[in-house]
Design a protein around this ligand. Structure first.
Ligand SMILES: C[C@@]1(CC(=O)O)C2=NC(=C\c3[nH]c(c(CCC(=O)O)c3CC(=O)O)Cc3[nH]c(c(CC(=O)O)c3CCC(=O)O)/C=C3\N/C(=C\2)[C@@H](CCC(=O)O)[C@]3(C)CC(=O)O)/[C@H]1CCC(=O)O
Ligand SMILES: NC(=O)c1ccc[n+]([C@@H]2O[C@H](COP(=O)([O-])OP(=O)(O)OC[C@H]3O[C@@H](n4cnc5c(N)ncnc54)[C@H](O)[C@@H]3O)[C@@H](O)[C@H]2O)c1
Length: 206
């Protein structure tokens, strides 16, 4: 059976990460990039993680995990090097909480994909635990196709789509225009500027 793939909005949500090693750090960076409020529970932490705590980017509770630590968490990542601690976290987690267990994925209810972000573009690759290294390799291969221009191009597409939504045009015409914007010519910044400045004319174009 397939996993259910979603893009989760975790801005301002409490994320508790148990463990302060390399694996915890990798997952914490993705949580912070997504705007989560991160608390790390770990007696020790690698330098980069301690630095994030020093800069106030996250809260580091410097001790071993206790059951109450995850009671109000929206999302939990169990990333210690002690399998018993990780499975205890999975046991305590409530049915409605999101939990990832980094050494025993079946005990949790979600896994992390390899991620590439460029502005509004996200590429995520999962092999469902078969080969995280292949997931990373496929992610890197795909990411190579999207240079920095895509960030602006996607912002442009977003702005056009928002404007089109407000227009009283037939849906089939809106779709036609949205498809037109995918033609390679529109990746040029000059062409994008032109469309934004003469949007009415673009809407009438053939
Ligand atoms: C994609 C990525 C995202 C991320 O973690 O951010 C990710 N693992 C990454 C790297 C990586 N992981 C491992 C190695 C060492 C080489 C190797 O063993 O292959 C490396 C390479 C490295 O570390 O350099 C070992 C490993 N991983 C898991 C176990 C336990 C097990 O399989 O039972 C063990 C054995 C631990 C042990 O030996 O004890 C489990 C999981 N790892 C997943 C995700 C989920 C499945 C994703 C998928 O299959 O697509 C899943 C199921 C759960 C989860 O963690 O969510 C990230 C790469 C992205 C990036 O680099 O940007
Ligand atoms: N899913 C993945 O992507 C992936 C990849 C590689 C390894 N792993 C697994 O993840 C585990 C962690 O890897 P690592 O390289 O970060 O290990 P690590 O040894 O560098 O870090 C482990 C951390 O857990 C903390 N810790 C230990 N006991 C604790 C407790 N009772 N409460 C709170 N924190 C505690 C330690 O202080 C340390 O900071 C490995 O043992 C391995 O099984 C998972």
């Amino acid at each position: 059976m397939n996993s259910y793939p979603i893009m989760l909005d975790i801005r301002g949500k409490k994320a508790v990460v148990i463990g302060g090693g390399r694996v915890a750090f990798r997952k914490i960076r993705v949580l912070l990039d997504a705007g989560a409020l991160v608390t790390v529970i770990s007696p020790e932490a690698i330098e980069q993680l301690a630095a994030l705590s020093g800069n106030g980017k996250l809260k580091w509770v410097q001790r071993v995990f206790e059951s109450e630590d995850i009671s109000d968490a929206f999302i939990v990542i169990a990333a210690t090097n002690d399998a018993n601690v990780n499975s205890k976290a999975a046991q305590i987690a409530e049915e409605h909480q999101l939990i990832n267990v980094c050494d025993q994925p079946d005990l949790g209810n979600f896994q992390l994909p390899a991620v590439f972000n460029k502005g509004r573009l996200s590429i995520t690759v999962s092999t469902a635990g078969a080969s995280p290294l292949l997931a990373r390799q496929i992610r890197d291969d795909l990411a190579g196709n999207f240079d920095e221009h895509y960030e602006d191009y996607l912002d442009f597409l977003f702005a056009c789509r928002e404007r089109l939504k407000l227009k009283s045009l037939h849906n089939s015409r809106k779709n036609q225009l949205l498809k037109q914007l995918l033609q390679p010519g529109y990746r040029s910044p000059d062409r994008q500027k032109e469309v934004m400045m003469n949007f009415e004319a673009f809407c009438r174009s053939k």
